[in-house]
Design a protein around this ligand. Structure first.
Ligand SMILES: Nc1ncnc2c1ncn2[C@@H]1O[C@H](COP(=O)(O)OP(=O)(O)OP(=O)(O)O)[C@@H](O)[C@H]1O
Ligand SMILES: [Mg+2]
Length: 267
């Protein structure tokens, strides 16, 4: 049984590596929480934000907390989760820097309709200044983004450079939370290069996409690199209506119909 799992996992991994390297993927949606987002989804992000705030308490010296988001394979929903988590933190009135550390295929700029360059890679290679890469967003006054920047042939080396440490030190002084989006850990090691400048790591996994052994191996890689694993997010989890806990749907419907008093996404 375990041999079979390993065999199929190997096939899937090779297929995903080929797909990732070819740069081929279907049309991606850039989904941002807004006033029309169903209550259950907004609430899930609010819950995630609250859980993470408790998992890594604010530091006594006033420095910001930094979080690394990664996954085992591509397209598990890292960027979707990371961007909306950052927005949820910003809504709760803390200053947030969202950093696109996926220098190979970063897409965060698309969520905010901004140009990818100049961005992180340009700063790390000495081609841009801090003031050129840190950008405010229309979505929330507390949310700032650093886009991925010009594609580079050596992303790992840029991410583990002293310039990255300097950038992280500055961001920690200026923001309450710094959230890094990174590429999938089973395909490239870039996330491990960012690990040393972060306080905690969250592994995003898409329901029915990765085998348990793959997830375990990702967690081992993070822990081996001395990363502090805060937990895992299961994205795109489908609960058949029949399996929903008794009254759960009813409660959500109740809150959704609250009108003016409903807790919603606001600036
Ligand atoms: N819970 C979800 N429900 C529906 N669609 C989703 C969900 N999560 C992600 N997606 C969609 O799946 C696609 C991939 O998501 P996303 O770009 O966030 O993944 P990723 O892990 O960042 O990918 P990559 O490894 O290539 O960076 C996007 O089109 C996104 O809109
Ligand atoms: Mg992504």
């Amino acid at each position: 049984m375990s041999f079979l799992t390993k065999f199929f996992s190997g096939i899937r991994q090779r297929k995903q590596v080929r797909r990732y390297e070819s740069g081929l993927h279907g049309a991606r949606k850039a989904y941002l929480l807004d006033q029309d987002t169903p209550f259950a989804i907004t609430e899930a992000f609010r819950n995630l934000k609250a859980t993470l705030s408790v998992s890594v308490p604010r530091k006594e010296n006033g420095e910001g907390v930094s979080l690394l988001m990664t996954s085992t394979f591509p397209e598990e929903g890292k960027t979707t989760v990371t961007v909306n988590l950052a927005l949820m933190f910003a809504i709760s009135n803390v200053r947030v820097a969202l950093v696109d550390a996926d220098i190979r295929k970063g897409r965060i700029c698309k969520y905010f309709k901004q140009k990818a360059e100049p961005g992180l890679s340009d700063y790390l290679s000495g081609q841009a200044k801090y003031e050129d890469i840190i950008r405010s967003t229309e979505q929330n006054k507390n949310l700032f983004v650093i886009c991925s920047g010009t594609q580079s042939p050596r992303p790992y080396e840029l991410l583990e450079s002293d310039a990255m440490k300097e950038l992280s030190d500055r961001l920690k002084k200026e923001f309450d939370y710094i959230i890094y989006d990174t590429p999938p850990i089973k395909l490239v090691s870039d996330a491990l290069a960012v690990l040393p400048v972060t306080d905690g790591t969250v592994l995003v996994t898409r329901y029915m996409q990765s085998y348990e052994s793959d997830i375990k191996s990702s967690l081992d890689s993070i822990r081996f690199a001395k990363g502090n694993v805060l937990g895992m997010i299961v994205n795109d989890y489908y609960v058949p209506p029949k399996k929903m806990k008794k009254n759960q749907g009813h409660y959500y419907a109740y809150y959704e119909s609250e009108g003016e008093n409903t807790p919603r996404i606001t600036d």
